[in-house]
Design a protein around this ligand. Structure first.
Ligand SMILES: [Zn+2]
Length: 265
């Protein structure tokens, strides 16, 4: 397969693809779209690995999402066994989510931070990149502040630590701080209809940007409100080029190179 696009973050193992997943994955192959199938707990991580094993153009990431911190204990040995698979190219999604929990307090934050720490040590021990989910309280960048602090401390202990900040929604300052810590920023198809991300997309180096979809969530303008899929990575790449005022082919090649570098594909 001639790889043209990489969706750095999708959930093809979710039940939303139960009926037509195979067809869709075949279509991805025809369009030259490779996908990183990201786990959110042990079960979805196992399913991600199974898909990556079955299809040449799919890879997997294994980890425990912060919103699942309350209902699963991070079993490092179980995740390590999965991570040994040659198609597991990252650890995550892990991170901080101050947006979604119904009841947000210091204890919830503490639990999320502890879980993130475990993923950091785990990824460092495997020399694999982290896929980080970071969502602040509405109207703030609080989770990014905490994340940057945590990653700074972690870099002092694990200087080679690196990865991708998935669905980046922070400001330019957060973006530069995270890039300085060896993280790329990935953008979803939300950029096709919301203008909140343009400033950051224009402000950061092209080498620090990845394309992603977070499918089945966040469908592009062309099918807003419907189920999303990794083919939307094509629209994401084109929109990034448009926002930056750069040649679409040049941007496509750069984003492909970036993802290959981060995930060692
Ligand atoms: Zn996700």
């Amino acid at each position: 397969m001639n790889v043209r696009y990489i969706d750095a973050h999708c959930h093809l193992q979710f039940e939303q693809y139960e009926k037509d997943g195979e067809e869709l994955i075949e279509k991805m192959s025809q369009e030259g779209v490779t996908g990183i199938v990201v786990g959110c707990d042990l079960e979805t991580s196992e399913k991600a690995v199974a898909l990556a094993e079955k299809y040449e153009h799919l890879y997997a990431s294994v980890g425990l999402h912060p919103n699942n911190a309350g209902h699963e204990i991070f079993d490092e040995e179980a995740y390590r066994a999965l991570a040994m698979h040659p198609k597991v190219v990252a650890i995550g999604e892990c991170g901080l989510d101050y947006f979604r929990p119904i009841e947000m307090n210091d204890e919830v934050k503490h639990t999320q931070k502890e879980l993130l720490h475990k993923h950091i040590t785990f990824a460092a021990s495997l020399n694999k990149p982290l896929i980080i989910h970071c969502r602040p309280t509405k109207g703030t960048t609080d989770a990014y502040r905490d994340l940057i602090e945590i990653l700074k401390e972690a870099k002092a202990v694990h200087p080679k630590l690196y990865g991708d900040i998935h669905f980046f929604v922070g400001d330019v300052e957060d973006a530069h701080a995270l890039i300085a810590l060896d993280f790329t920023l990935s953008f979803t198809a939300v950029i096709t209809f919301a203008r909140d991300y343009d400033e950051v997309i224009k402000a950061v180096p092209l080498a620090s940007i990845l394309s992603e979809t977070d499918a089945p969530y966040l469908a592009p303008a062309s099918r807003r409100g419907k189920r999303n899929d990794p083919l939307a990575a094509i629209e994401v790449v084109n929109k990034i080029a448009e926002i930056r005022g750069e040649d679409a082919e040049l941007v496509r090649e750069a984003l492909l190179t970036n993802a290959k570098r981060v995930f060692a594909l």
